[in-house]
Design a protein around this ligand. Structure first.
Ligand code: AMX
Length: 439
């Protein structure tokens, strides 16, 4: 019998802990950077202050998961029988352990998640009582927060557990959370967009995570949609530690709040339009653009529409990034999928034309540091193609994926015994004194 994920992580942990111990013992006092006042006032941009094992973002190349690029992950991670996109289960395994799992190990993880997927009745009732006009992300956050009642970490802490055990309870809670997300998400979907007239079908215990997500939403008969969701969930998991959802989960987790409360914090951050809500905003924008230009996808018509958005003081959703300075490879992976599966979709044609035109128009402004598309410029077009057209739901799908990355790191945080986070703050007057400025 091959090792389970928990056994694999536990077996590697002593070696990893020793590496960190030696690094800090021999180099702990070395200087690793300096910061400017602009960085302090500029959203801590580029300040090196976090440890994040799963992925590192290079401004030119994009994300690498445990050293592997997206194209490498797409070929190396195990697939579903007959499928060609990677299974997100494999990426979760890679993020947590640094190892590519075998097919059998991935099947074991799919089965484990499916077995943990049932929702407690009080969570179902809570979701069902939400008003339909409460944003689906707020409903998701409520449901995840409510799962706190069943947190094995919180219960063990209240009993008085040994610090060495923190990661094991965090692991159990994280596995339960990930497993339940498709059932929560689809319940919200049916309530809000099908007026509660339909309910999600049961999780199929012998199927993978992405299949069950698509199937519970009601699209299980579209095979290509399941393949898309395998890719989608894999691509949205992790983008190193400083983005809002990752950092918020990590920060709240550093107070030893349960994985449920930590993840809910991350989801609340993901709900912002400058972060995860950009996928909703992006498709809304594309639809408005399509309504305005009709079939005229000429360079002039598209340029004029982008300019009208920018001149009204709005951002172009799906473009720009705090760290990336090139086209997001996650955008390119989705583009490749679209070229293969839906080359003639009218909105995909608009997205392609925008990819050609928008960077130059954004550059005209002279202030945008990265005029190229990010992941959110593409995802909505793929979802709407398969019939999932409710843009208000899109960030929930992002969340079902992002949970994998931030919870993998939360398990590592607890295994490494990271302390509570507490950066130093100063008033403007105090900063001015520090740089010898007169106010
Ligand atoms: N459209 C219009 N203006 C933009 C822009 C865009 N897509 N991207 C950046 N700018 C503007 C900024 O608003 C800022 O203007 P200001 O000086 O008047 O305030 C200026 O250009 C400089 O910003 P920046 O340093 O290039 O970006 P940033 O690190 O401050 O912000 C981001 C990054 C993503 C928030 C920004 O590019 C943006 O708002 N993009 C649109 C929303 C979006 O796609 N978000 C999703 C990001 C990925 C994700 O988290 N899911």
């Amino acid at each position: 019998m091959p090792k389970t994920l928990k056994e694999t992580f536990a077996a590697k942990l002593p070696e990893e802990l020793l590496k960190v111990k030696e690094l800090r013992k021999n180099h702990g006092s070395k200087v690793v950077g300096e910061i400017t006042l602009d960085q302090v006032y500029g959203g801590a941009r580029g300040i090196k202050s976090l440890v994040w094992e799963g992925s590192v973002l290079d401004s030119e190349e994009g994300i690498r998961y445990r050293g592997r690029t997206i194209p490498e992950c797409r070929t190396q991670l195990p697939k579903a029988p007959g499928g060609s996109e990677p299974l997100p289960e494999g990426l979760f395994w890679l993020l947590l352990t640094g190892e590519i799992p075998s097919e059998q190990q991935v099947r074991m993880l799919s089965a484990d998640w499916a077995a943990r997927s049932d929702l407690p009745t009080y969570v179902v009732d809570l979701i069902d009582r939400c008003p339909q006009d409460l944003h689906p992300m707020a409903q998701l956050s409520l449901a995840v927060t409510a799962l706190e009642r069943d947190s094995s970490f919180a219960k063990a802490y209240a009993r008085g557990m040994n610090k060495q055990e923190y990661w094991e309870y965090t692991f159990e809670d994280s596995m339960n959370l990930i497993a339940k997300l498709p059932s929560i998400a689809s319940r919200i979907y049916h309530n809000v967009f099908r007026q509660g007239k339909t309910t999600p079908v049961a999780v199929e215990k012998d199927k993978d995570y992405a299949f069950n997500l698509v199937n519970q939403l009601g699209f299980g008969d579209i095979e290509d949609f399941t393949e898309l969701m395998r890719l989608y969930v894999t691509l949205h998991t992790d983008h190193e530690g400083g983005n809002v959802s990752a950092h918020a989960t990590h920060l709240v987790g550093s107070a030893l709040s349960s994985p449920m409360l930590s993840l809910a914090a991350g989801f609340n951050g993901l709900s912002g339009p400058l972060h995860g809500l950009a996928n909703q905003e992006s498709l809304n924008w594309l639809q408005k653009a399509k309504a305005a230009v009709g079939d005229d996808l000429s360079d002039q018509a598209i340029t004029a529409y982008i300019r009208s958005t920018l001149s009204s003081g709005q951002v172009l959703p799906g473009y720009g990034h705090s760290i990336l300075r090139k086209t997001d490879p996650r955008y390119l992976a989705q583009r490749e999928f679209a070229l293969r599966h839906l080359p003639n979709d009218p909105l995909f044609k608009l997205v392609s034309q925008l990819y050609k035109i928008a960077p130059a128009v954004l550059k005209e402004q002279g202030k945008v540091k990265n005029p190229y598309p990010n992941i959110d410029a593409h995802s909505g077009v793929l979802l709407q193609h398969y019939g999932l057209k409710e843009t208000r739901f899109y960030t929930v799908l992002f969340a079902c994926s992002r949970a994998l990355g931030v919870l993998a790191q939360l398990i590592i945080d607890r295994a490494y015994g990271f302390p509570i986070e507490r950066p130093k703050s100063y008033s403007t007057e105090a900063w001015a004194r520090m740089v010898k400025a007169k106010l």
